[in-house]
Design a protein around this ligand. Sequence first.
Ligand code: PLP
Length: 235
Amino acid sequence: MTTISTNLQAVKRRIIDACSAAGRDPGTVRLLAVSKTFPAQAVREAHAAGQRAFGESYVQEALAKQSELADLALEWHFIGPLQSNKTKAVAGHFAWAHSVERLKIAERLAAQRPADLPRLNVCVQVNVSGEATKSGCAPEEAPALCRAVAKLPNLMLRGLMTIPEPGRGDAAENSALARRQFSLLRELFERIRQDGLALDTLSMGMSHDLEEAIMEGATIVRVGTAIFGERNYTT
Ligand SMILES: *Cc1c(COP(=O)(O)O)cnc(C)c1O
C-alpha cells in the first residue's frame, strides 16, 4: 500500500466514525480529495485506491494535471478563488465550482459552460466568520444570491460552501468555534431550502475539522493534507 492509499483509508475511517457519532449514514458524506500543489502522480495513486473526486484551487495547475490524467475518469471540483479571468477555464474543465461568491461570476460561468457538457454544479461560498480577509459572500446576501444563481441556465445550484476562520485557542475552543461556524452555514442552508430552493450540498470540513463539519451536516468534506501530506508552496 502507498502512503496515499493508507491515508485515504484513515480519512474514510474518520468520516465513518464521525457519521456514527452524529447518527448519520456515511453514504451521505462525500470525500473530495484536494490535490492542489501535488503532482498528477499523487492523483493517480489516489485514483488507484478508489478515489474519483478531486479538488483544485489554481486553474493553470489544474488544467495541466487534467491533461496528464486524461486517461482516467475523474470528477474535478474547482474550490479556489474565482475571478472573472478564470471563469472560462472553470466552466470548460470542471464538474463543480464551490467558490461562487458574486452573481457576475455565476453569470459568466453560465454563459461560458460548453453546450456539450452537463450543467456545472455550483455552491455559493459564504463568509460565516465575517473576517474581512476571507472570501465568500456575507450570510445575509446568500439567500438572494442563491435565488439568482438558481435561475441561470447551464448551472445547477447545489448548496453552500464555507472555509471557517481558524481558531487560535486550545483544541476544545477551536473545535467549538468550528462547530459554531458550520452550524451557521447549516442554518442558512435550511432557511434557503425553506424558501423553496432544492439545495442538497453543504461543502464544509477540511483535514483538521471534518468531524465538526460532519456533526453539523456536511455532505462534502474537502480534504488535502490528511491524504497527500503537507503542502509546499515554495517549490
Ligand atoms: C486547500 C483547501 C482545502 C484542503 O485543506 P486541508 O487542510 O489540506 O485538508 C479545502 N478547501 C479549500 C477551499 C482549500 O483551498
